[in-house]
Design a protein around this ligand. Structure first.
Ligand code: NAP
Length: 400
């Protein structure tokens, strides 16, 4: 019998038989989930030799849920994730038309998954547009709830937008063209500091050397500038003996083995990641900056096909493939399962099964080295042999 994962005193309690709910996803979701699950089970089996096993628990969302229950996102699914705390999902179709809840948005609100964590690094053999893609190895912590993504936005010329414009103009003398659309950008000290604290805690536990706060505080002084200021503040308050601001790292004294806290303006950061990627390690960013940076960084190392992600809160986490459902390939056993497989590796690492996580990564690296890869990589890799989703999974398992 499997047991629920618990979270007590800031720690995961994971038995040898944890129950982990999964959503296989729409379109190519079932193809990649089937492959990923086999890789996960093989990695657990090979590392624990029968002493540990994951009890996978299917929960429904998306098209499958709609067909079986009439709801795109049944309450039972949300409740199961809440009870089990950690889940993994394939991509879901975003149905066209109103009135449908988004799983990600609903989960973020329900479980307060305030950090979107996206590790980006190069896997040898993967075609990349850069000359030295191996120099990029960052983990991006993107704030997941606030900023211009908070959903407070009004269409142009609606009573809401017009009323806000009138208020801001009359009360504060703001100059806004009448008839504009209006979006609000809330960024709080609380929301910014808990995200930065999570990034610093990760840097410390993973032995990473720096955390860079990415902001556009030169222009948006109180929101993005606030993020920078609050970030340095929490670093000093909570991690004062283990971190040092870049400005205090003297040429002779060095960082004393502490995590260096830096900050960069967003546009400069995009250039830095291209020009001097090895100077960056952990990145903490507000929602919009983090979203843009994650995909740009993933492109540098060869695209989104191998980019994993996790939405993480305090004691709750949902891991997911970062690409969509690629519906034209659904059921063809064709697409790359790497993104959801690496998301699983992240999940096992977070849960403390670091040997399993390492085994999965080792397997994937081995498969890439053997140049037996899915079509997306095969078409870009000279001398590669194209294999199906399931054969790629087999190949990963061989190298675990
Ligand atoms: P997409 O599903 O990511 O597919 C776009 C293209 O990316 C595919 O045609 C394919 O390119 C490539 N691709 C995506 N996944 C791949 C994989 N695993 N292996 C190899 N190549 C892959 O984006 P979309 O067509 O814009 O969106 C389709 C649906 O997914 C929409 O309903 C959208 O809302 C949803 N979506 C869901 C999520 C999520 O659940 N997290 C995220 C994004 C989109 P080629 O055809 O060039 O080979």
């Amino acid at each position: 019998m499997g047991e629920r994962i618990r979270f007590e005193d800031g720690r995961w309690i994971v038995s040898d038989r944890p129950v982990i709910p999964f959503i296989e996803g729409d379109g190519t979701g079932p193809d990649i989930w089937r492959a990923a699950r086999r890789v996960f089970d093989a990695a657990v089996e090979k590392t624990a030799r029968g002493k540990r096993r994951v009890e996978w628990l299917e929960i429904l969302a998306g098209e499958k849920a709609f067909k079986e229950t009439g709801s795109w996102l049944p309450d039972a699914t949300l409740e199961t994730i809440r009870q089990h705390r950690v889940a993994i999902k394939g991509p879901l179709t975003t149905p066209v038309g109103g009135g449908i809840r988004s799983l990600n948005v609903t989960l973020r609100q329900l479980l307060d998954l305030y950090a979107c964590v996206r590790p980006v690094r190069y896997f040898p053999g993967v075609p990349s547009p850069m000359r030295e893609p191996q120099k990029l190895d960052v983990v991006i912590f993107r704030e997941n709830i606030e900023d211009v993504y908070s959903g407070v936005e009004y269409r142009a010329s609606t009573p809401e937008a017009d009323a806000l414009i009138a208020f801001l103009t009359e009360r504060f003398g703001a100059k806004i063209r009448p008839g504009s659309a209006i979006g609000i950008k809330p960024m709080s000290k609380f929301g910014s500091q808990r995200l930065v604290a999570k990034a610093i805690a990760y840097a410390l536990s993973a032995g990473r050397r720096s955390v860079t706060l990415v902001h556009k505080g030169n222009i948006m002084k109180f929101t993005e500038g606030g993020f920078r200021e609050w970030g340095y503040e929490i670093a000093k308050e909570r991690f004062g003996d283990k971190t040092v601001p870049e400005s205090e790292v003297g040429s002779g004294t060095g960082d004393g083995g502490r995590v260096v806290i830096k900050d960069r303006i967003t546009d400069a950061m995009f250039a830095q990641l291209v020009l001097r990627p090895d100077e960056y390690s952990v990145i903490a960013a507000p929602n919009l900056n983090g979203d843009l940076l994650s995909d740009a960084a993933a492109a540098q190392v060869g695209g989104l096909g191998l980019a994993p992600g996790g939405n993480v809160g305090d004691g709750y986490a949902v891991y997911e493939a970062t690409h969509g459902t690629a519906p034209k390939y659904a059921g063809l056993d064709k697409v790359n399962p790497g993104s959801v497989i690496l998301s699983g590796a992240m999940m096992f690492e977070e849960l403390g099964w670091t040997d399993v996580s390492a085994a999965i990564v080792r397997g994937l690296e081995g498969a890439l080295r053997s140049r037996r890869v899915t079509y997306d990589l095969a078409r870009l890799m000279p001398d590669a042999t194209e294999v199906s989703t399931s054969s790629f999974a087999e190949c990963i398992i061989e190298h675990v």
